[in-house]
Structures are given as structure tokens and as C-alpha cells.
Ligand binder design. Sequence first.
Ligand code: GRF
Length: 208
Amino acid sequence: MGFCVAVFASGGGSNFQALVDHAIEYSVELLVTNRPNVGALQRAERLEIPAQVIVPASYKNEELYSKAVIQLLEQQRIDLIALAGYLSKISAQLIHDFSGPILNIHPSLLPRFGGKGLYGKHVHQAVIDAKETTSGATVHIVDEEYDTGPIILQESIPVLGNDTPDSLALRVLNIEHQLYPKVINLFAQKRVKLTGRHATILPSLHDH
Ligand code: GRF
């Protein structure tokens, strides 16, 4: 049995698509969304990947919500959850109940430009307003706060003088599409070692 990944998305799902397209050591076996009629759902249908709409607010409490999600994850034998533009907070209960890693991708160089309210275009606007000369993408472990979990890998790009939030978002998104599958391939190969908050990438066996 290979390494199975569930992607949680609330939007267009371009990262979901990239995770499917660049899967080498893992396979994407499930899409979960909190919103009906999103682009990610259409992509799942086209890709013939099972998809489920789960609206957290429709459950009486966090425990029941977490139970429903865990049951679904177990059915598909999911080893890792990848949040990709998932705009709903993952409850502490679910973090506690799921035995594998939960990752997120954020379109800035965390810890800069993260936290509540800093999502989508707001991130890139803040980067431009702060006159930053570099930005990028970060893959990190999800903890109970927004964007504060241990950083696994980052990739940076220059911010150009004439960048708008849209142009910067587009270039960062291109980076995300490379970075996220790369990190999940590393997890599938058991090459990510976490010591406290510090992640080390272990060399590939083929490097010897
Ligand atoms: C990405 O920029 C991601 O970093 C952020 O939300 C966006 C999702 O885009 N968390 P998509 O739905 O994957 O196209």
C-alpha cells in the first residue's frame, strides 16, 4: 500500500491539481472541501478522485465533525493531509485525532506575512506595502494557530518594482505548484525529520 494523501481545498484547486500531477512517491486519494461548487470539486471529478463536501458548521460540535472526517480519512487509508487554499480552521480536535502530519502551504515567507486575515491577495498586498524585495512560499505543519507551525521548506522569488498583488500572486503560485509536491514526496520517502520545531531533510538513499 502506497502513501495516501487527502487534499483539503476551498477554492480553485490549482495546488490540488499540481499535487496530483507531480505525485511520484504518493497518490492523492481524496479531496475534502468545505464549500459546494468550487473549482477543486470539478477538478476532482475530472481526475476521478473521490471528493466530499464537509461543512464544519453543520456539525453540532468539534468532536462530531472530527469523527466524521477521521472516518472518511480511515476509509481511504490516508497518511497525510495537505491543506491547499483551505479557508476553514482545522479544529484542535482533528489535529489531535489524526495520527499523520497535516501540512499547509502559505504564499509568503513565513513567519513574515502570516496569521489571521493574511490569506489570498491580502498577503501579497501586505508584502508590496512593506516594500519587501523577496517573497515566496512556505510549507509548514499545521498547529492550532494560523500559520505558526514548524516550517518544512520555503522557496523565495524576487518582488519586482512594478508588481501588483495579482502579478506577485501568480508568480508565487507557480512556485507553490513545484514546492508542495516536492515536500510531500519527501514525507512519503520518510525524509523529513522533525526535532521540536526544526525540520531536517534527510538525504535520499540514492545519493549514496
Ligand atoms: C494558494 O496561494 C495557497 O498558498 C493559499 O491559497 C491559494 C490556493 O490556490 N493558501 P488554489 O486553490 O490551490 O489555486
